[in-house]
Design a protein around this ligand. Structure first.
Ligand code: GLY
Length: 427
């Protein structure tokens, strides 16, 4: 089987690594890929948000199955066009991808199917939005409706902070993505990420994780795309997982099927859990990055069989074969992240790292320059490891991270702290 993965970050390196372990994969192409992916697969220069270009490329390369990593090609309708061309695809249609591409749409679907989430209101007018905030008080959450690369959510501690977010979003800070804002009640509790494969009718959980969104240790400082993750998330007990499936995921999937836009792909439910009760924070229509790196480390080659089952509508007969294991990924980011970063710093120590079913250095923003691998993005590397316990996985991931040198690079030293307790070396 010839397989094409769209994307070029740590998530796609992890997907490629897992897919290549499955004997059903004869040839793997990743577009655009990165310097790490180039070591294990063919990389192609392709505009992955252009549905016509992706279909033409897939036909020319006799691709049998396309796995779409990021949200932008999904929102652009790449899965729709591949399906129309008769090419098997893992990822939802543009209409179903609105669960991530429009926060207001996701809220409307939740209300229609009774999935628990925070009460909300939507605004295009700043004065009306501010009046709503003044009436409700803080803390309160302000979200840009559209895709804003993970930066469109502000958990405002004060009314002034909420007003500033409203002004920034409706004032054009995120372009069209901020033309409408969703304002919702603050939810207390512990966050977790829940990943569920869907084939339009059936659902299959493929793991839980906890991300570390803030740049600083102890969850301080600005938000990032994620500085590390671990799987499974202890807060997702079997009871919480069953409630999340029954009360949130299944009703959502049924509602989209009822509307004639069935959901196929991975549904990533960002949950807030308080006293054993899960509520939806947001939906994403793809694997999380860096959560995917930890998930793939645990799933290995079976990930391809599961994604094929989702694409082919036979998830009711699919099963996940779990080992009793844990995985951790630690992000190494470039100097300046999450702000503007310096690109081009050479990365040392990559040769000779262990690469096996317990350790993988998944590349995020890397490229080749003058024969060397250099930093080419904000989140550069993902040191990922598996172990019998979370502590063992964490220790292996940090040993791996410590073996590479990225000038000015930064990483959090406390990945997993909610489950493991604060590390003693934390300042
Ligand atoms: N790690 C969060 C995300 O992928 O959206």
């Amino acid at each position: 089987m010839n397989i094409l993965i769209l994307g070029g970050g740590g998530r796609e390196h992890a997907l490629a690594w897992a897919v290549l372990q499955n004997p059903r994969c004869d040839r793997l192409i990743v577009a655009p890929g990165n310097a790490g992916i180039a070591g294990i697969a063919d990389c192609a220069d392709l505009d992955i948000t252009d549905p016509g270009a992706v279909v033409t490329f897939a036909e020319e390369e006799s691709v049998d199955f396309v796995i779409i990593g990021p949200e932008a090609p999904l929102a652009a309708g790449v899965a729709d066009r591949l399906a129309e061309a008769g090419i098997l695809v893992f990822g939802p249609s543009a209409e179903a991808a609105r669960l991530e591409a429009s926060k207001a749409f996701a809220k409307e679907v939740c209300n229609a199917c009774g999935a628990p989430t925070a009460p909300y209101a939507r605004f295009t007018d700043a004065e009306a939005a501010k009046a709503h905030v003044a009436a409700r008080g803080a803390p309160i959450v302000v979200k840009a409706d559209g895709l804003a690369a993970g930066k469109g959510v502000v958990v405002a501690e004060s009314v002034a902070e909420a007003e500033a977010a409203i002004d920034a979003m409706l004032g054009g800070a995120f372009g069209q993505a901020g033309a409408e804002v969703v304002i919702e009640a603050f939810m207390a509790g512990e966050e977790a990420s829940f990943f569920v494969l869907c084939d339009g009718a059936h659902v299959l959980p493929v793991g839980t994780a906890q991300d570390h969104k803030r740049i600083g240790e102890g969850d301080t400082g600005p938000n990032t795309g994620g500085m590390g993750a671990y799987s499974p998330a202890p807060v997702m007990t079997p009871e919480v997982e069953a409630r999340a499936l029954d009360e949130i995921v299944r009703p959502t999937v049924a509602e989209l099927a009822r509307r004639g836009t069935p959901y196929r792909g991975v549904l990533y439910a960002g949950l807030m859990i308080e006293n054993g009760r899960p509520r939806l924070v947001e939906y994403n229509v793809r694997f999380g990055d860096p959560e995917c790196q930890a998930l793939m480390m645990r799933l290995g080659g079976q990930a391809l069989d599961l994604m094929l089952a989702a694409a082919e509508g036979r998830l009711d007969r699919a099963r996940v074969h779990w080992a009793d294991d844990h995985a951790v990924t630690v992000v190494i980011a470039a100097q300046g992240y999450p702000g503007a970063v310096e690109k081009g710093a050479p990365i040392g120590g990559l040769d000779g790292l262990p690469e096996d079913s317990f350790h993988m250095m998944f590349h995020g923003g890397t490229a080749f320059a003058e024969g060397r691998i250099v930093a080419a993005g904000g989140r550069v590397l993902n040191a990922t490891a598996r172990g019998a316990t979370l502590a063992e996985a964490r220790d292996r991931a940090y040993a791996l991270a410590g073996a590479v040198e990225l000038p000015g690079g930064l990483m959090r030293r406390d990945i997993g702290w909610r489950a493991l307790g604060k590390p003693s070396h934390e300042g």
